[in-house]
Design a protein around this ligand. Structure first.
Ligand SMILES: [Zn+2]
Ligand SMILES: [Zn+2]
Length: 175
């Protein structure tokens, strides 16, 4: 396992603190050195009152202001991009910043093991993009193209062998 990647989590209003602790713990186990940065900043400029959703791109830009080799914003509210009805997450490809939303992951956030796993899958997917990984054709891989939208019945909390190798290579190269 390479050195841990210093990573800042930025949870926004409404995200369950327990879920934040859980994802922090899970990502620590996957080689990320986690620091949590609380923010009370209201994202009013990113809110689209007609759609009743937040635009993901300006929030990703906001998240990028925080320090850390990687920074992962966590939204409670629903987010969208362009003409898409919604997205569960987005990220620089490659870059430093990633954003996920827990909105569509399930009920009882913070007390639901399935939501925890889905959030881990989603986070691994978006963080994978920041290391330059693109979508993968292997269904049991966190980088699978449909991973963030395909039902979530059985969350995939690991990468396939080829994505894992590529990720290790890219992570080592960043030191
Ligand atoms: Zn993706
Ligand atoms: Zn893969």
């Amino acid at each position: 396992m390479p050195l841990s990647v210093p990573t800042t989590l930025v949870p926004f209003n409404g995200v369950s603190p327990r879920l934040v602790d859980q994802i922090a713990c899970d990502l620590e186990g996957m080689g990320y050195d986690i620091r949590i940065e609380q923010t009370q900043i209201p994202l009013t400029k990113a809110f689209n009152s007609r759609r009743k959703q937040y635009s993901a791109d300006p929030i990703l830009n906001f998240v990028r202001r925080f320090s850390g080799q990687r920074v992962l914003g966590i939204m409670f509210d629903d987010i969208y991009r362009y003409v898409l009805d919604y997205v569960n997450g987005m990220a620089d490809l490659p870059g430093r910043a990633a954003l996920v939303s827990t909105c569509r992951l399930g009920e009882e956030q913070g007390d639901n093991p399935l939501v925890r796993k889905r959030l881990l899958e989603l986070s691994l997917h978006e963080l994978g993009h920041t290391f330059g990984l693109e979508h993968c054709p292997t269904p049991r891989c966190a980088m699978y193209g449909g991973a963030a939208t395909n039902g979530w019945l059985e969350p995939v909390v690991c990468y396939c062998e080829s994505c894992r190798k590529a990720l290790t290579q890219k992570r080592n190269a960043s030191y």
